[in-house]
Design a protein around this ligand. Structure first.
Ligand SMILES: [Zn+2]
Length: 155
């Protein structure tokens, strides 16, 4: 992952005035909890079997993952799979945005807090973990999240 660190004020500024490029930043402890990310109805909590699936993918145990994991509620139009946090994780690893080991360290809370801030380029793509079909993302202005945990969020 990239190394730049942002303060809470800088994160808030970027949410208000989006940067050109979608990027992942490390943030000081407590920034994710302090973010005023609205939780609109499109966000749902992952179920136990979905957390298990994410843990299996990251070669770790569900109890080591720092939830609660939330994800925007969407279904793959091609195979009917309900999109979970795993679909974002797998897409990022397969596109080379994050190494799987680095992602595991972040999601188990061993490597601080990270935020991916959507830029004016429209954000990161997500593909269905079941069939690989591209899932259309929400295209909204202002602050919203497509997924979050206590150590990694998308703003
Ligand atoms: Zn699918």
């Amino acid at each position: 992952m990239e190394q730049a660190q942002l303060t809470l004020d800088e994160v808030l500024e970027y949410v208000k005035n989006r940067p050109d490029t979608t990027r992942t930043y490390q943030v000081p402890q407590g920034v994710i909890a302090a973010l005023p990310l609205s939780e609109p109805p499109h966000m749902r909590l992952l179920g136990a079997s979905e957390v298990q699936e994410l843990a299996d993918y990251l070669d770790t145990s569900p109890s080591s993952l720092k939830g609660p994991f939330k994800v925007f509620d969407a279904t793959c139009s091609s195979c009917g799979r309900r999109i979970t946090f795993l679909d974002f994780a797998k897409t990022a690893v397969e596109l080379g945005m994050h190494a799987k080991e680095a992602l595991r360290d972040v999601l188990t809370g061993k490597n601080g807090e990270w935020i991916t801030i959507r830029g004016r380029d429209g954000g990161r793509p997500v593909a269905c973990a079941g069939c690989g079909h591209a899932v259309p993302r929400l295209k909204m202005n202002g602050s919203y999240s497509e997924y979050s945990s206590s150590s990694y969020a998308y703003a």
